[in-house]
Design a protein around this ligand. Structure first.
Ligand code: ZN
Length: 339
């Protein structure tokens, strides 16, 4: 297999090379940064759950010297997202201040301020967002010009999603109202659609989310299926489904949706389907949440690389699917930053 740098010189016009990093969950080292730089992708997409509001890890991601689009996940709002988690924060404030380094005196040194209610339970989230700046694409976007000359728009869905669709909105409504002034799933969808429609018509849109859309199956092995309850069910997000529906109605094709959150390894045993292709729109849905990222000692940096052709050149689906299988097979180090 050719090296990524060698392949990059051979890509056809219209090809975009993306490196995808699934849920990190605390496993990050300097090798990760080295490998991402070595891959020389047109963009690196990281789909969140770096740790439990792990600001130190986010600082390392923020300084990666690669073009990157970051989507923060529900674990990145571990002490903030729900009433239950905020209670957890308040009970453990002093312990968290020491362990997480963003509250009290430690926080002051990093410029973390209290909010208007005098509560600091959102400080960890705000500090992460400040550290990432424009690299965080939640409710935003990032435009990429690939080495091939192809332009691409990466549009971010609702950040910090814990999944479960509209039925679970009540759990998180205070968080989104405070952090984003978003009051409902419908408002979330409208905001994402508005951002997508701002993108240049000639640039394919890649949607990046933490959790995938609803409607892709309700069995536990489905790409967003519930595996933590014997009842199974669809754990996808309804607002993201609405976004895809509205963009299709507006004539904007979305060739690829990338997300994580629902791990490949199922809780009851077995493995999740990590690719789903819409029969109606042809959109490829790619779940990158392979956790952990590899056996100890293995090259566990970038789990797969998706080659994506633009909507009007070639068959994007076949390429994405082939790349997925090539890079996820037994976690072999098919490319190595140490060659
Ligand atoms: Zn998650």
């Amino acid at each position: 297999m050719c090296s990524p740098r060698h392949c990059a010189q051979q890509v056809n016009a219209g090809t975009v090379r993306l490196a995808l990093v699934g849920d990190v969950h605390g496993h990050w080292s300097s090798e990760d940064a080295e490998a991402l730089a070595w891959l020389n992708a047109d963009a690196v997409i990281l789909v969140g759950d770096f740790g439990e509001e792990d600001l130190e890890l986010i600082y390392k991601v923020a300084v990666l010297q690669v073009p990157k689009a970051v989507m923060l996940g529900n674990h990145d709002a571990w002490f903030s997202l729900t009433a239950r988690s905020r209670t957890r924060w308040h009970r453990g404030t002093q312990r968290n201040a020491v362990r997480l380094g963003y509250a009290g005196g430690v926080a002051a040194s990093k410029g973390v301020e209290e909010d208007s209610q005098g509560s600091t339970c959102y400080d960890g989230v705000r500090a992460q967002l400040r550290a990432l700046g424009n690299a965080h694409v939640g409710f935003g976007s990032l435009r990429v010009r690939a080495a091939s000359g192809q332009e691409l728009s990466i549009v971010g869905a609702r950040p910090f999603s814990k999944g479960g669709g509209d039925a679970r909105w009540r759990d998180v409504q205070a968080f989104y109202a405070t952090m984003y002034l978003v009051q409902s799933p419908e408002e979330s969808a409208r905001r994402i659609v508005a951002e997508a429609l701002l993108q240049p018509p000639g640039a394919p849109i890649v949607l990046v989310a933490h959790n995938g859309p609803a409607g892709l199956g309700s069995a536990q092995h489905n790409i967003c299926g519930v595996d933590f309850s014997p009842n199974e069910g669809d754990h996808g997000d309804d607002d993201l489904t609405a976004v895809l529906r509205e963009l299709a109605a507006a004539g904007r094709h979305v060739p690829l949706v990338v997300f994580g959150h629902m791990h490949q390894q199922l809780k009851g045993g077995g493995q999740r389907d990590m690719v789903a292709i819409s029969a109606t729109t042809g959109t490829v849905h790619l779940n990158a949440a392979v956790v952990p990222r590899g056996p100890p000692g293995a090259w566990r940096v970038v789990r797969k690389e998706a080659l994506l052709r633009s909507a009007d050149s070639g068959d994007p689906h076949r390429l994405v699917r082939r790349a997925w299988h090539a890079f996820s097979r037994e976690w072999e180090p098919v490319v190595s930053p140490r060659l």
